[in-house]
Design a protein around this ligand. Structure first.
Ligand SMILES: Nc1ncnc2c1ncn2[C@@H]1O[C@H](COP(=O)(O)OP(=O)(O)OP(=O)(O)O)[C@@H](O)[C@H]1O
Length: 321
């Protein structure tokens, strides 16, 4: 969808997005992940035709979005996190009818399109209520409904669940997943690792405007140098557990401990290329190391593939500008 995208700002030519290429396939969720200022929103805004690239190409459903922004815009839906862009004194339905007009949907199609997206976003029952009286969750669903009006093949979602209550965010996530399952391509930015892990088929990690690694969670973890992680807790008296375990385990693992309540939570990050054959082999090595520091194998020991959050934190230093 984009190739060689470049965007600079200001007289000194600050490079916000640098030679960025990515594609979003139908039915796929492609997530952009990166620290503040990495260039995610700038990328989304260029894809949405809100910002012209300094150089590079953008194609939306085959349309050259730089040359034909209006045609491209008709083929994409955009949701910006925390955006206000609805009329608070108008009902949800009237808001959507207005946006349908703006999109040029004809009179016959527009009623039907509005009813369809209201239904789809679970807003049919509150369609006549004023948008100003909506909760954040309902508003975000209204934004999604607006983005879906022309049945676009591509959705651009910039932080779509930021600021939503923990019980509302999963509803929005479910809707995003359903849209992708129905064939919509989704470009998603999010600071929530569990959200990206849950939704994304492909993750592009961006640092300083460039894609650092692209792939699945395990690809990102491998790039970060982590394979599996083991986690367990120890009683308060083991204040030096990480140091002592590190001595026993050597270079094949990094051991970190932090206090949680009145105990220590210990995490062992096994190197992506460590020599252990499988999970059980690591647990055996760990049990020996734990015995050496004078404790039995904790009952809550779990060894599993590294999570996205663990992988991302291991990468964080390499992503800064
Ligand atoms: N209009 C602008 N003028 C000047 N600099 C800008 C402009 N828009 C963005 N930038 C700069 O470009 C860089 C990328 O910003 P962008 O908003 O794309 O980052 P981001 O990855 O979305 O960050 P966040 O996670 O904080 O939303 C930042 O250093 C930002 O200050």
């Amino acid at each position: 969808m984009t190739s060689g995208l470049l965007r600079t700002f200001g007289k000194d030519g600050f490079v916000a997005v640098d030679d960025l290429s990515l594609s979003v396939d139908p039915g796929q969720v492609h997530a952009l992940l990166g620290p503040n200022g990495a260039g995610k929103t700038t990328t989304v805004r260029m894809c949405a035709t809100l910002l012209a690239p300094t150089a590079g190409q953008i194609r939306v459903d085959g349309i050259d979005a730089v040359r034909r922004p209006e045609a491209a815009r008709a083929r994409l839906g955009l949701v910006l996190g925390g955006e206000l862009g609805v009329y608070p004194r108008a009902s949800a339905r009237d808001n959507l009818l207005f946006f349908a007009d703006l999109q040029g949907l004809d009179q016959r199609r527009r009623q039907q399109a509005v009813d369809t997206v209201l239904e789809r976003m679970g807003l049919a029952d509150v369609a006549t209520r004023k948008a100003g009286a909506f909760s954040r969750g309902m508003l975000q669903r209204l934004h999604l409904a607006r983005a879906l009006l022309g049945s676009p093949p591509l959705l651009l979602l910039d932080e779509p669940t930021t600021g939503l209550d923990p019980d509302v965010a999963p509803q929005v996530r479910d809707m995003i997943r359903e849209l992708a399952m129905d064939g919509t391509g989704v470009l998603l930015t999010s600071h929530s690792m569990p959200e990206v892990e849950e939704l994304a088929d492909t993750i592009s990690v961006i640092g300083a405007g460039r894609i650092v690694i692209r792939g699945t969670v395990s690809d990102v973890a491998a790039y970060a140098g982590i394979g599996m992680t083991s986690g367990f807790s120890l009683p308060a008296r083991h204040a030096d557990a990480a140091v002592r375990l590190q001595e026993c385990l050597g270079e094949g693992a990094v051991v970190v401990q932090r206090p949680v309540s009145s105990r220590w939570t210990v995490t062992v990050y096994w190197a992506a290329n460590d020599s252990h054959a499988d999970r059980q082999a690591r647990d055996t090595v760990l049990a020996t190391a734990l015995a050496e520091i004078g404790t039995e194998t904790p009952v809550d020991l779990v060894t599993r593939p590294a999570s996205l959050e663990e992988a991302y934190l291991a990468l964080a230093d390499r992503l800064r500008r």
